[in-house]
Design a protein around this ligand. Structure first.
Ligand code: IVH
Length: 664
């Protein structure tokens, strides 16, 4: 038996060693095939002797069962974001501030700014025990099982350097260009929708409830920052970055150190010039003060450190040819023209479509079929046509006009009032129904897992659903006989639908697809109406426009939406079929019913964010200062509330002080 244990242990060590060679040193010394052979050997031994399966075994990376939701994780040290320098002037200003703050010329670390997702990895006694997303910087989601599937993340630390009892490491999860292309090719083959860009793909993959799906995605990681570390002190970023590989973490090989403005400029240009040769997307260059002591001297704002900056890179551009222009219908009936391009590599990603927005845009740029155009892609953004290369225009090309019939239902489209967009006004247009339902079941709305694009289409084509409420009437019997739907997938879908019924008011409001009301405004409405949906339905235009961030256009579309008898019927059916809202979880009770008033322009938070933050921690936000007020949260250019608070001797605090109150 000891023999078996040893054999298993040796295999684990071998596999871990090759993982590190591959991901950390970028220097594989065996082929993928040989790696797979080792892995299969280990799997077969473990299945014969399951008692000998260790938590650290690479086979356990994909062992976990699907979750129903992600748990929340409070970060021991907030995961801050970075402030941006949009041009060289702003970068120079940053350097001046650093030199002033430290009274000397400054040593920086330059790092490519990866366009992926920030995560935190927590190790106790050298074992990976928890991993989370950044979330709002303070609270993230527990995605431990998904992170375990990433082979570049060590499950157990190497001890080439002393291993602290608690170690938190931050890094960016991303996908390589080639891996991304291959994944999309595979998805086309299986009829799945393709990912718009590597970042969306990485984000979607990390937020899968089923780690087995994440395991099929070629995710990678580069680590770049410490979190909480017990008992070991590092003096500088460079020292920390040099230790990371010794523990088994991959670190970006392009990182460099240098001094002063000269280094900032040179490194920026260096990264800009090599950008097209990198195998992954970056959207900027990060500069950090190297010395951790100096970082502490400079300190942080509430959302970003003073000692670091992200110098943004310009979007990548290339030229290609427009083969054709087609139109799509969205959930609001909006007709969007899309240019079909000769597929072209834009900064590492193949682009074959670009949005043309509307007729005015087409006219302004005079975009025509057959034109050679400059296309650009900026990280998250949908590829765009910058301009036509007029010198290359083909003879006899014609200005392009969007056809006035809907490409889905063929009804006549028109423009309303002074809108630039052509719309299909047929509420029963299949493309619109599909768009509305896809929106409603999506992640930020009702979040119905398993109701992907294809299934929604299948359900609509089979006349099983035509609005949101129909989803909650689906039964196992109704859907299990559909094409390509098995017993098991039918059960899974019904399960997710049932789970989604316990939701929040903001998600539901967002899912209704009220024109101009997105994720953010839905949350504002939820807050304003204090989680009372009835009051939102009854709200008058005059009340709505008084809400911060809501103007007449939004107020009007909300009122119009709830005026429509049909919409109310659908909403009520949803409630009858079990949809219900929960009120929010408290983050803490630390502000124990103390009353806050907000004035002036805040720099880090929006007013709504500040209000939510206060309320989540059991504080109360009131709109006017009185003797009962405990704190005035004061931003720039405060109004008369400031004078009143001073008169009444009320404590005046800024955003940082609010964060400090909350962090105890
Ligand atoms: S350091 C305190 N280093 O950029 C500094 N961030 O805008 C916080 N990012 O949330 C992060 N590459 O997702 C750091 N080399 C790098 C980075 C990096 C990409 C991302 C990260 C962060 C965001 C901030």
């Amino acid at each position: 038996m000891k023999d078996i244990k040893d054999k298993i242990q040796t295999l684990i060590e071998k596999i871990n060693y090759h993982n590190i060679q591959y991901y950390v040193h970028d220097n594989p010394i065996i082929s993928d095939y040989e790696y797979d052979v080792l892995f299969k050997k280990l799997q077969s031994l473990e299945s014969k002797y399951p008692k000998n399966i260790s938590q650290n075994s690479p086979t356990q990376r994909i062992g976990a069962e699907p979750l129903s939701k992600f748990n929340q994780v409070t970060h021991r040290i907030p995961l801050l974001s970075l402030s941006n320098a949009m041009n060289s002037g702003e970068l120079e200003l940053f350097n001046t501030q650093m030199e002033k703050g430290l009274n000397q010329s400054v040593e920086y670390v330059g790092e490519p700014k990866l366009d992926g997702l920030a995560v935190e990895l927590i190790y106790e006694k050298g074992q990976f025990i928890k991993g989370s997303t950044r979330g709002d910087g303070y609270i993230g989601e527990d995605i431990t099982e998904n992170l375990k599937t990433i082979r570049a993340i060590p499950l157990c630390l190497n001890n080439d350097y002393p291993v602290p009892s608690i170690l938190e490491v931050r890094g960016e999860v991303f996908i390589n260009h080639t891996d991304f292309e291959n994944l999309n090719k595979q998805r086309i083959k299986f009829g799945d929708s393709i990912f718009a860009n590597p970042r969306n793909c990485a984000a979607g993959s990390l937020r899968q409830l089923d780690p087995k799906i994440t395991a099929t995605r070629p995710l990678r990681i580069y680590c770049y920052a410490p979190g909480y570390i017990e008992n070991i002190k590092f003096n500088s970023q460079l020292e920390f970055l040099n230790v990371l590989p010794k523990w088994g973490f991959p670190v970006n090989p392009e990182i460099q150190v240098g001094i002063g403005m000269k280094f900032l400029n040179e490194y920026y240009q260096h990264i800009e010039s090599m950008r097209d040769n990198l195998t992954y997307d970056i959207d900027g260059v990060v500069f950090k003060i190297n010395s951790y002591q100096d970082q502490t001297i400079l300190g942080t704002r509430s959302r970003s450190p003073r000692w670091a900056i992200a110098a943004k890179l310009k979007a990548v551009q290339t030229t290609t040819v427009i083969d054709n222009i087609i139109t799509n219908v969205g959930r609001t009936g909006a007709i969007t023209p899309v240019a079909q391009l000769k597929p072209i590599n834009v900064g590492g990603v193949i682009v074959s479509n670009a949005t043309l927005h509307n007729q005015d845009e087409i006219n302004k740029k005079d975009v025509r079929i057959g034109d050679t155009v400059i296309v650009q892609r900026a990280g998250d953004v949908i590829p765009e046509i910058v301009k036509v290369v007029i010198e290359k225009r083909i003879l006899n090309s014609q200005p392009y006009s969007i056809p006035t019939t809907c490409p889905s239902c063929e009804s006549l489209c028109s423009k309303k009032d002074d809108e630039a967009i052509l719309r299909c006004f047929n509420n029963y247009c299949n493309a619109q129904i599909e768009g509305r339902i896809k929106h409603c079941v999506s992640k930020n709305c009702m979040n119905i897992d398993g109701l992907g694009e294809k299934i929604v289409k299948l359900l609509i084509d089979n006349k099983l659903i035509s609005d949101l409420s129909d989803i909650f009437q689906l039964t196992h019997d109704k859907i299990s006989n559909l094409d390509r739907m098995g017993d098991k997938s039918a059960s899974n879908i019904i399960d997710s639908i049932n789970k989604s019924k316990n939701t929040t008011m903001a998600r539901f409001v967002h899912g209704l697809g009220i024109r101009n009301v997105g994720n953010h405004l839905s949350k504002i409405l939820e807050q304003h109406f204090n989680y009372n949906f009835e009051n939102l339905i009854k709200a008058q235009f005059e009340e709505l426009i008084l809400i911060d961030e809501i103007g007449d256009i939004v107020a009007e579309s909300i009122v119009n939406y709830f005026k429509d008898e049909n919409n109310l019927i659908i909403i009520n059916r949803c409630f009858d079929l079990g949809v219900n809202f929960s009120t929010p979880q408290k983050q803490s009770n630390i502000l124990s019913k103390q009353i806050f008033v907000i004035t002036g322009t805040l720099s880090e938070l929006t007013r709504t964010e500040a209000k939510t933050l206060i309320e989540k921690n059991d504080g109360i936000v009131s709109s006017s200062v009185s003797k009962k007020t405990n704190f005035l949260l004061c931003g720039d250019n405060p109004g008369s509330k400031y004078n009143k608070a001073q008169k009444l001797n009320i404590k005046i605090i800024n955003e940082l002080e609010l964060q400090n109150l909350i962090n105890g």
